[in-house]
Write a protein that binds this ligand. Structure first.
Ligand SMILES: Nc1ncnc2c1ncn2[C@@H]1O[C@H](COP(=O)(O)OP(=O)(O)OP(=O)(O)O)[C@@H](O)[C@H]1O
Length: 272
């Protein structure tokens, strides 16, 4: 049967039909010891299956927010809710995956075994997990590199392994914290393209932190610009750009206009 939706060039979704999760952040507060107030009443509603970019000045609290959403840190006040609820049974998708700026691969394990690690940790049998890891590595363009080791890979390849390792569990919510920041621009643009394709194929919610306004505009459906800390939402903007994105978009006046809008909000947020 043909995939639903108006975009014939998109392969059929790999998800189980349930899509991503909705994330509701309500009045979240986080103050670190020493009185550093990072979040002071942050509220955001992220639709299931959407792609949201978070931008803001350095140190404003983007990673803090991501860590709270991931459950890696606890808020002092406020609530986080997810629907459907983030629970996992053996035969369902993982609730959350997190990709950091550093690929954090295990140097003694092959690319295939690195990508299969989350499934190994949840007790998926070897043949099954290797098959899933191989399929995801194909998806990120590393089908030929499965038996190589991290030391033999470029920075861009390492990030792709990290992405495959996050996606092998088919998460409902993917959190990325400046994942491509250390890469050269062409590699970064290529990975942006791959990530967008994967988002559309896998039916997940994506929350992507970046310092690059052009990356935010190119990747996301919606961009949230934060002020300096304590982070406040300066702009919550649905990007008026086509669903199909390619390199040509970067030279379009509409693209420049969207970046200009984000830039002005960022400047306002920095001078608060
Ligand atoms: N565990 C901690 N203890 C004390 N202060 C912290 C802790 N984690 C973060 N901070 C402080 O909270 C503030 C926000 O940090 P966070 O990493 O969330 O910012 P960010 O917006 O992601 O920054 P960047 O864009 O530079 O990565 C910073 O001032 C940071 O020093």
């Amino acid at each position: 049967m043909a995939p639903p939706g108006p975009v014939p060039s998109t392969p059929p979704p790999l998800d189980d039909g349930k899509g991503g999760v909705r994330v509701q952040v309500a009045n979240l507060r986080r103050t670190f010891p020493g009185g550093v107030s990072v979040l002071d009443g942050m509220t955001l509603d992220i639709a299931a299956g959407s792609f949201v970019a978070l931008v803001g000045p350095s140190g404003c609290g983007k990673s803090t927010l991501l860590r709270l959403v991931a459950g890696l840190d606890q808020p002092d006040a406020g609530t986080l809710s997810f629907s459907p609820a983030l629970e996992r049974t053996r035969d369902t998708r993982a609730p959350i995956a997190y990709v950091f700026q550093d690929a954090h691969l295990l140097p003694w394990r092959s690319v295939l075994d690195n990508a299969a690690l989350p499934l190994e940790l949840t007790g998926v049998p070897a043949t099954e997990r290797r098959e899933a890891a191989r399929a995801m590595l194909e998806h990120v363009g590393l089908g030929d590199a499965t038996s190589r080791y991290p030391a033999e890979l470029s920075g861009g390849m390492r990030m792709r392994v990290s992405l495959a390792r996050a996606l092998v569990t088919r998460p409902r919510l993917l959190l990325l914290d400046e994942p491509f920041a250390a890469l050269d621009e062409l590699t970064r643009n290529r990975l942006d393209d791959q990530l967008r394709v994967l988002w559309r194929e896998l039916g997940m919610t994506v929350l992507f932190v970046t310092h690059s306004l052009s990356e935010a505009a190119y990747l996301a459906e919606r961009a949230v610009v934060l002020s300096r800390r304590p982070a406040r939402v300066m702009l919550d903007h649905r990007l008026a750009l086509p669903v199909e994105r390619s390199a040509a978009l970067r030279a379009e006046p509409d693209f420049a206009r969207e970046i200009g809008l984000l830039h002005r909000a960022l400047e306002r947020g920095e001078s608060l």
